[in-house]
Design a protein around this ligand. Structure first.
Ligand SMILES: [Zn+2]
Length: 432
């Protein structure tokens, strides 16, 4: 049930003391080994050896993605290159790549943290885990791979793509757990239908999905269509990759591996902590990383902390699934809109398929959001009246959820692009 019971169920007081010690050690190390941190600390007259409490971390500066780019490739490493056993890189959706490194101990830690996530989701060494995340510079494939091996499960390192082959292997190798993005799992469900594989006749029981924001409605859809229990897990290469946090079988928020990562939730405008339980940007400080420690890294991911104990017995704090990235947020007619909000509404309406695209235009200085959604086949053969009524239902529910009017367009099944990795469902044609 737990991979590291002592750590995962640590008394909160003992955890805070462990965090404080580890924080001080990390701050002291980066101050002496990484010129970037030494200089920024010096500018603010910060002396990590004097750190008395976790709250004092708030006096330290944030680290931004741009700081990683400015120190490309190895400028933020805290150990010499000869102690680095692995390099990963994130291309990001925009701009220059960032590079992260791991020491031998970092790889051990990473494996254990991902094993915690897998174990928390219900997996054991009896499971056959098909890893359909990309392997390579992206941390997803390797991270889950090491965790699954550490757990002692049987790993199928198939990587992303070639969906028919994925499904053939899933059937023949008796895969019990699928690891990929929720978008790709949805594509697999569609292809299963096309080629006549009944998911309920497979050995598949678990889905561990991550690397992109997704809605609760998408989870229900995947559970039903694939006959699985889907859980969410979270990580990012700048911090360690997957293994930062993961859902237990309660499926009610992700337990953060707080003995290794100290989290804050801030208001991205004022940069001050938000009141407990409110949504804000997740900021992470690594507490045990050797090769690539980061201090107060602004993830751009939006979430909220969920106070209170979890019935699973873990004392590690939970956070809600990501609402989205602050980068993904669309501002339409001055209103903040997240694609996951629209997804929640669409998935709950009968007559549509769980595939959609959002198109934003600016016409005569006014924003217009068009939601394209696939209609179920029978709907398109129905009378215009029924189609219009479906469009009106969607419009009305989206207007209630978002507070703005949107255009809705029904398209035929299988006309919108499917994704094998992270989905990209927004086309913003505005030149701003
Ligand atoms: Zn739990």
């Amino acid at each position: 049930m737990y991979w590291q019971p002592k750590e995962e169920c640590l008394d909160r007081g003992a955890l805070a003391e462990l965090q404080r010690k580890r924080l001080q050690k990390t701050l002291t190390r980066v101050a002496s080994h990484v010129p970037f941190y030494r200089n920024t600390f010096k500018k603010r007259n910060l002396d990590p050896t004097q750190l008395r409490s976790l709250e004092e971390l708030q006096e330290y500066p944030f680290t931004l993605k741009q700081d990683l780019r400015d120190n490309y490739p190895y400028g933020l490493f805290a150990v010499p290159l000869r102690d680095i056993v692995r390099v990963h890189s994130s291309s990001g959706t925009t701009g220059m790549a960032t590079v992260v490194g791991y020491s031998r101990n970092d790889i051990q830690t990473w494996s254990d943290l991902v094993a915690r996530v897998l174990c928390g989701a219900g997996l054991t060494r009896e499971d056959v885990i098909q890893i359909a995340f990309g392997y390579g510079l992206f941390t997803g494939g390797f991270g889950l791979h090491y965790g699954a091996e550490r757990l002692g499960a049987s790993v199928i390192p198939i990587s992303a793509g070639n969906t028919r082959r994925q499904l053939q292997i899933m059937r023949d190798f008796k895969t019990t757990a699928l690891v990929c993005t929720p978008s790709y799992a949805l594509k697999m469900a569609d292809v299963m239908m096309d080629i006549g594989i009944n998911p309920h006749g497979l050995s598949l029981r678990w889905g561990l999905f991550g690397a992109e924001p997704w809605s609760e409605e998408m989870r229900l859809e995947l559970n039903e269509r694939l006959g699985i229990i889907a859980t969410d897990n979270y990580g990012l290469s700048e911090i360690i990759g997957p293994g930062v946090a993961g859902e237990c079988q309660e499926c009610n928020g992700l337990h953060i591996n707080e003995d290794h990562f100290l989290v804050e939730v801030i208001d991205p405008e004022t940069l001050q902590p938000v009141p407990p339980g409110e949504i804000g940007e997740l900021v992470i400080t690594t507490l045990t990383k050797e090769a690539f420690p980061v201090i107060r890294y602004r993830t751009r991911d939006l979430t909220r902390l969920l106070p209170g104990p979890c019935p699973c017995g873990r004392t590690l704090m939970r956070m809600s699934r990501m609402t989205g990235r602050s980068d993904d947020m669309l501002i339409i007619k001055g209103v903040n809109v997240f694609p996951t909000q629209i997804e929640s509404v669409l998935f709950a309406i009968d007559g549509t398929q769980p595939h959609y695209r959002l198109i934003v235009d600016r016409i005569n200085n006014e924003d217009r959001l068009t939601v394209m959604v696939e209609a179920v086949e029978s709907m398109l053969f129905d009378a215009m009246k029924k189609q219009r009524s479906l469009i009106n239902t969607i419009k009305k529910q989206l207007a209630t959820e978002l507070g703005i009017g949107v255009e809705v367009k029904l398209v035929e099944e299988r006309t919108l692009e499917r994704f094998e990795g992270k989905g990209n469902r927004v086309i913003d044609n505005r030149k701003i």
